[in-house]
Design a protein around this ligand. Structure first.
Ligand code: C2O
Length: 541
């Protein structure tokens, strides 16, 4: 492969949207940010210079960072943030990877405006496993906030209560005509009748999962999380934050202007959210520019069946080696908790359900960032920054697998900790995620850094080893799995990439509340099984 250099300047940009002007944090004053184009096996070198007063890091979401954990990007996991006026150069190789990825800031909630696509083409001479589309377009689903998102995160954490909804959903940064002052703030794709288009869908939003559909047009799914799937056709798809999906769309309808719509999938009940859709146009050449757009039909906001139907359709095209045996097995509950309010004064910190404080956890441990990165502490053997006792199963594990199958476990008090799970190099790992329901059950998009994993099973209710049905033949190979609302999902991967890897809910508010844990994968014996030394310009805390 070749080497591609990029200069990323973290810079603020003044934008006017929704009748308001504010400064947003961007890369190179672009929103969405610059696209990284590459080919499989290319080397990518990005110098990131931070000229804002905010802390910054960039994560290359979906890139497996083979032997390059130092450049993964999550703050306090693999690096300290790049502080104001500082720079850090990320260097990694797209080893055997191609498809649609994205990069995003991995500090506080900066991802809201600091994100962009990564498009990796097959090697020269290799074509797609489907007919070459006439054109390709990047379609980034996002959320726009009028408030400063870093301050907002702080305020929400201090209140103990829920996060307010975003002010708008956006498609490539544009809210579209359903929002105030946005009649002309609309993204548009112009299409030639009869041609087929490849849309690279990316959900870069913060706190909401989203449906996507195009009026009167089918979507043919061909790739998910940068891995080919057997193609299948659907009228809508759902992407949680952190998920990417390629779909083919044929312009096979009468000449006209069709809406592309993005709206919420709100699996949690009794939660306030914006039930407005962002609209973009899929506009045929020859359609009168002033003509009305035909409305897209999105599934109802709580239509989990529509979500499961698409899940069922996801099958790897080239499944590779699905681990049949397991060396390390974890059962991990994911969900929200209500902790006792910490304050003596009645209002502060007590705005969660029943005057408690919202938290979130895996196996009832709320992940807390250390003050230097876990990777640096691990590599330099610095004590006191993390522990190696992340539990393999929750305290109520017995009740879970033997109890009432549809009674989601109740976790009322989580413990804080920076706990890690250590994995031997090369071990075959299975993780079963179980959604819990103290506050409400909901779909959690769980993302693992450093790996793709096979989603070998999922279902509703509590996981039951007697009845669970696993697909070891052609499961989808993903990096973010929406654990079904009130249900479970099982993943498998081989721990062959040494380093420190974050696993967390990609809903930022849940991550802020502690819905995460860290894997430490030990070095193997060979040189190609050992994490290299840290780069000289690694930021300091
Ligand atoms: Cu896309 Cu840890 O993130």
């Amino acid at each position: 492969g070749s080497t591609r250099f990029y200069d990323f300047k973290v810079q603020t940009l003044r934008v006017t949207k929704l009748c308001n002007t504010k400064e947003i944090v961007t890369i190179n004053r672009m929103f969405p940010g610059p696209v990284i184009y590459a080919q499989e096996d290319d080397r990518i070198i990005v110098k990131v210079t931070n000229v804002t007063p905010y802390n910054a890091t960039i994560h290359w979401h979906g890139v497996r960072q083979k032997l390059s954990c130092w450049f993964d990007g999550p703050s306090y996991i693999t690096q300290c943030p790049i502080q104001a006026g500082q720079a850090f150069t990320y260097e990694f190789t797209l080893v055997k990877q191609k498809g649609t990825f994205f990069w995003h800031a991995h500090v506080s909630w900066l991802r809201a405006t600091t994100h962009g696509a990564i498009v990796v083409y097959p090697k020269t001479g290799i074509s797609y496993p489907f007919n070459q589309p006439y054109e390709e377009h990047i379609v980034i689903l996002g959320e726009y906030w009028l408030r400063d998102v870093v301050q907002l995160e702080r305020q929400v954490l201090a209140s103990g209560g829920a996060a307010p909804p975003a002010d708008a959903f956006t498609i490539n940064g544009h809210p579209g005509p359903n929002y105030n002052c946005s009649r002309n703030d609309v993204y548009k794709i112009e299409v030639v009748p009869g041609k087929t288009y490849l849309l690279r869908l990316i959900n870069a939003g913060l706190n909401m999962e989203n449906f996507f559909a195009i009026a009167y047009h089918n979507l043919t799914v061909v790739e998910v999380d940068a891995e080919y799937t057997k193609s299948f056709t659907t009228d809508s798809v759902m992407l949680g934050p952190g998920q990417t999906m390629n779909v083919l769309v044929r312009a096979d309808q009468p000449i006209g202007k069709y809406s592309m719509a993005m709206g919420p999938y709100m699996s949690a009940q009794n939660v306030s959210f914006q039930n407005i859709s962002a609209i973009a146009y899929f506009q045929y050449l020859g359609a009168a520019p002033s003509c009305l757009s035909l409305p897209a039909k999105l599934p109802r906001f709580n239509d989990s069946l529509a979500v499961m139907t698409v899940m069922d359709g996801l099958r790897s095209l080239n499944p590779g080696d699905v681990p049949k045996e397991i060396d390390a097995s974890l059962f991990v509950t994911v969900g929200l908790n209500i902790n006792k309010c910490q304050s003596k004064t009645p209002v502060w910190n007590c705005q969660g359900t029943n005057n408690g404080t919202f938290a979130a956890s895996m196996n009832n441990i709320s992940f807390v960032n250390p003050t230097i990165s876990v990777l640096e502490a691990y590599y330099k053997k610095l004590v006191g920054h993390f522990t190696e006792d992340f539990p393999d199963s929750p305290l109520n594990f017995y009740d879970l697998v033997n109890g009432a199958p549809n009674n989601a476990p109740n976790n009322t008090q989580a413990t804080n900790g920076t706990r890690t799970k250590v994995l031997e190099y090369g071990s075959r790992v299975q993780v079963i995620f179980q959604d819990t329901g103290t506050v409400t059950t909901e779909n959690h998009p769980i993302h693992l850094h450093g790996y793709s994993f096979y989603v070998v099973g999922y279902g509703t209710g509590n996981f039951n080893p007697q009845t669970a049905d696993f697909n070891l033949i052609d499961p989808p190979y993903m990096n973010t799995i929406g654990v079904p609302v009130g249900g479970w999902a099982a993943i498998r991967f081989v721990a062959d990439n040494p380093g420190v890897w974050f696993m967390h809910c990609h809903l930022d508010i849940h991550q802020s509340w502690g819905l995460g844990a860290v894997f430490i994968v030990k070095n193997g014996k060979g040189e190609m099984e050992t994490l290299p030394h840290p780069p000289a310009d690694l930021p300091r805390c």
